[in-house]
Ligand binder design. Structure first.
Ligand SMILES: NC(=O)c1ccc[n+]([C@@H]2O[C@H](COP(=O)([O-])OP(=O)(O)OC[C@H]3O[C@@H](n4cnc5c(N)ncnc54)[C@H](OP(=O)(O)O)[C@@H]3O)[C@@H](O)[C@H]2O)c1
Length: 315
């Protein structure tokens, strides 16, 4: 039995779909079963629970031999994921597959808050002696849907504090495919895989890809980090998150996202999705004429013309 934690999220939902497609016995820990209709439709067994509730983790892990662990990034991520690790040990789980962060951020004194949190969880898992596999993805292409798409759709501008940084963005569905592969094959114990897309590109090249996909003009505008932080603050995000995004952007500008890994193809037998195919698939979200929540936020904030606004990264 495989337990998926984070199954209502981007990666976990696709992991659940891929594992049910392959007929694996599967359970998902969900906080709100009534909102997990997509999992129920797949035939996934649901266990109501929360990473903050150790009793619910123990119940969910009955009879489980493999655990897939991903959860939302926040300041309690290491503490909450640590609860799952402890429960896995108590219940004799034989393999923990964890989605971590980009390799350059994984260190106890690393440059970004969430990277430090991931380091603590990785370290805790290693200390248990339970076989593990860590997947360390870079920047998700899906981030662009929440951040870049509204402004591209509104004014044809891709604004970000990225200068000419090369980033090998990865489709979250390919992280899930890699996870599904390692969850069903015992040869990946105690291994760490960097997970990226098939090539690195900068934001000017990304703008050209989006222009091609939408058949509309898209231009990249590099924005000062301070302007990007202002926009994110006006959206109501907490200080730690604004700081985290600034730290991640700085890492990317320093080249942290430029290295391309062959892990997705090595693990799944097929290449990861390209930014071109992602852009074509989601072109409607970038096409002009769509309402744009981010730009509305910018306008409400009185920050000025769109070319001065900034999109940011989630990582
Ligand atoms: N975005 C990037 O570019 C990037 C890059 C590298 C690494 N990452 C890492 O990827 C991870 C996020 O993956 P994702 O985008 O697939 O996540 P996501 O879409 O944000 O989904 C988070 C999942 O965690 C669940 N969850 C949150 N708190 C929980 C709790 N207390 N108990 C049980 N479940 C809980 C959520 O359930 P509910 O439905 O109940 O909320 C949801 O299923 C983070 O660790 C992040 O650091 C992200």
């Amino acid at each position: 039995m495989i337990l998926v934690i984070g199954a209502t999220g981007k990666i976990g939902g696709e992991v659940a779909r891929l594992l049910t497609d392959s007929g694996k016995p599967l359970r998902a820990l969900v906080r709100t079963p009534s909102k997990a209709g997509a999992l129920t439709d797949l035939g996934v067994e649901l266990a109501a629970g929360d990473l903050a509730d150790s009793g619910s983790l123990d119940r969910a892990m009955q009879g489980v031999d493999r655990l897939f662990l991903v959860s939302v990034q926040d300041l309690r991520q290491a503490e909450l994921q640590g609860n799952a690790v402890d429960a896995a040990v108590r219940n004799g789980v034989g393999h923990i597959v964890k989605v971590s962060g980009i390799a350059a951020s994984i260190s106890p004194g690393g440059p970004a808050e969430i990277g430090r949190q991931h380091w603590h969880t990785e370290h805790r898992i290693e200390e248990t002696g339970v076989p593990f596999t860590f997947l360390r993805p870079g920047f998700f292409m899906q981030n662009l849907l929440a951040t870049a798409a509204p402004m591209v759709a509104r004014v044809g501008l891709l604004a970000a504090p990225m200068d000419g940084a090369l980033i090998a963005m990865v489709d979250a569905r390919d992280i899930a495919a890699a996870a599904a592969a390692v969850l069903t094959d015992d040869t990946h114990h105690d291994r760490v895989y960097d997970i990226t897309g098939p090539r690195a590109f900068d934001y000017a090249q990304l703008a050209a890809v989006l222009a091609d996909a939408t058949e509309q003009h898209v231009r990249y505008v590099g924005t000062p980090p301070i302007m990007a932080a202002k926009v994110i603050r006006r959206q109501g995000h907490p200080d730690w998150y604004i700081q985290h995004l600034a730290e991640m952007a700085e890492m990317f500008r320093a080249g942290a996202g430029a290295t391309v890994s062959s892990a997705v193809e090595d693990l799944t037998g097929r290449p990861p999705r390209s930014i071109e195919s992602f852009a074509h698939e989601y072109a409607a979200m970038f096409r002009q004429g769509r309402a744009a929540p981010l730009v509305h936020t910018v306008a409400r904030a009185g920050i000025g013309i769109a070319s001065r606004a900034a999109t940011f990264v989630r990582a």
